[in-house]
Design a protein around this ligand. Structure first.
Ligand SMILES: NC(=O)c1ccc[n+]([C@@H]2O[C@H](COP(=O)([O-])OP(=O)(O)OC[C@H]3O[C@@H](n4cnc5c(N)ncnc54)[C@H](O)[C@@H]3O)[C@@H](O)[C@H]2O)c1
Length: 383
């Protein structure tokens, strides 16, 4: 069977996400396996073009990974027909102008989230892409985590009966950067540079909630900036102007309540860095990045509250791990393969710019709720 080649412009390939998840774990892994398998048995091979601002950095990455093409000239890359896909992993604040240019150039576009800093910009990108008739996709990586894929199976199989509520904990301690280097980029902690945990995490929560449990109809969020001063990559102290923790309640269509804590100022006392508990009339599940344990109604203990007697019941032993029945590949790579099939074969791909815009809207409504200190309705979004 024949193999065609698909050129992919990778803008921001030297960044944390651009390099590790998109270049190394996705595109180079796809290249190494001989491309993406199509429905007719043929393959489409990928050819990356690294784009960035610092030529020496790009040259070093290209050499390290045997990549032929790199450039600092985005305009020339966009004008070149050898590269029909534009992919964007820039800092969020630099994304909209670059994506506008890519839409104008008629490229198919795949991008990191959030698609924009404001809902108005995110919606405009979705409208421009629709009007230009270009294929478009946004990273929805959490849906591809093994734990959430197992959760999806539980939902689809009817395991829960009626789903009542979802409780999620996301977070870990991000070092301030003084005596221990911070493990996230400093722009994440400056609102003026597109930072903040609401802007970062609510787009994820939106697609997780709407794809598994129902559309988010309202949000109440309390946000805080617990660490007001941090130290950046070059050792300079800066003022942290963005929220570093958000405690939120979401009401979903169909009546499910979701409460999700997102925090860069918490120490982990759970099995994984993200964990969701889903409670239903017939069963409950606790899922993380990888794990998924369940408790059926027939195995549910019958606790009675008695503060006078120490409780010797071993609650963790009431849960059973869902067995591994398939091999889970890197979620970013799986989603990349789906997007490439969407571009080449026109297979369905629901995670488009409009879905991205819904995520940005939820972040905006979350921040509005925090400012107003009240519950805010989230309207339905259409083109
Ligand atoms: N899907 C996820 O789970 C996930 C996780 C973290 C970050 N992200 C998103 O990925 C994107 C990148 O985040 P990151 O953590 O990799 O950041 P990063 O700072 O490590 O990388 C950002 C990239 O943008 C480039 N850049 C910075 N300023 C620029 C400018 N003004 N013009 C052009 N290029 C510029 C940098 O050189 C770098 O290549 C963000 O939008 C972020 O929200 C997604």
């Amino acid at each position: 069977m024949s193999t065609q080649t698909l050129g992919i412009i990778m803008n921001g390939a030297s960044g944390r996400m651009g390099y590790r998840q998109h270049l190394v774990r996705s595109i180079l892994a796809i290249r190494d396996q001989g491309g993406v398998l199509l429905s007719d048995g043929s393959r489409v091979q990928v050819e990356p073009l690294l784009v960035g601002r610092t030529e020496a950095k790009l040259a070093e990455i290209a050499k390290r990974h045997d990549i032929e093409h790199y450039t600092t000239d985005l305009e020339a890359a966009l004008a070149d027909e050898r590269w029909p896909i534009y992919a964007d992993f820039l800092v969020t604040s630099a994304r909209v102008p670059a994506m506008r240019r890519a839409i104008a150039a008629g490229k198919a576009i795949y991008t990191e989230k959030p698609t924009a800093e404001t809902y108005a910009d995110a919606l405009e990108l979705a409208r421009l892409a629709d009007a230009a008739g270009i294929k478009n996709g946004v990273v929805h990586d959490k849906l591809y985590l093994p734990g959430l894929r197992k959760l999806r199976r539980l939902v689809d199989s009817g395991f829960f009966g009626q789903i009542l509520s979802v409780r999620g904990e996301f977070g870990y301690w991000v070092f301030e950067g003084d005596w221990m280097p911070a493990q996230r980029p400093s722009w994440n902690y400056r609102a003026e540079d597109g930072g903040g945990i609401v802007v970062d995490m609510f787009p994820h929560w939106n697609y997780v909630l709407e794809n598994l449990f129902g559309r988010v109809e309202s949000v109440y969020a309390r946000t805080t900036t617990e660490i007001p001063q941090r130290v950046d990559e070059s050792g300079e102290t800066y003022r942290a102007t963005a929220d570093d923790a958000a405690y939120a309640i979401f009401e979903l269509a169909g009546g499910v309540t979701a409460q999700l804590n997102s925090s860069w100022v918490t120490r982990v006392n759970r099995d994984e860095l993200v964990e969701f508990q889903v409670d239903g009339t017939h069963g409950s599940a606790v899922v993380g990045l990888w794990g998924c344990k369940i408790q059926h109604r027939n195995e549910t203990p019958r606790p009675t509250w008695n503060p006078d007697v120490p409780d010797g019941h071993d609650y963790p032993s009431d849960w059973h791990e869902v067995p591994e029945t398939e091999v889970f590949e890197n979620g970013f790579k799986v989603q990349w393969e789906e997007f490439i099939r969407h571009v080449v074969e026109d297979t369905p791909f629901p995670y488009d710019f409009l879905s991205g815009a819904r995520g940005v809207l939820l972040a905006e409504k979350g921040l509005e709720s925090a400012r107003a200190q009240r519950r805010i309705e989230v309207p339905e979004v259409t083109l």
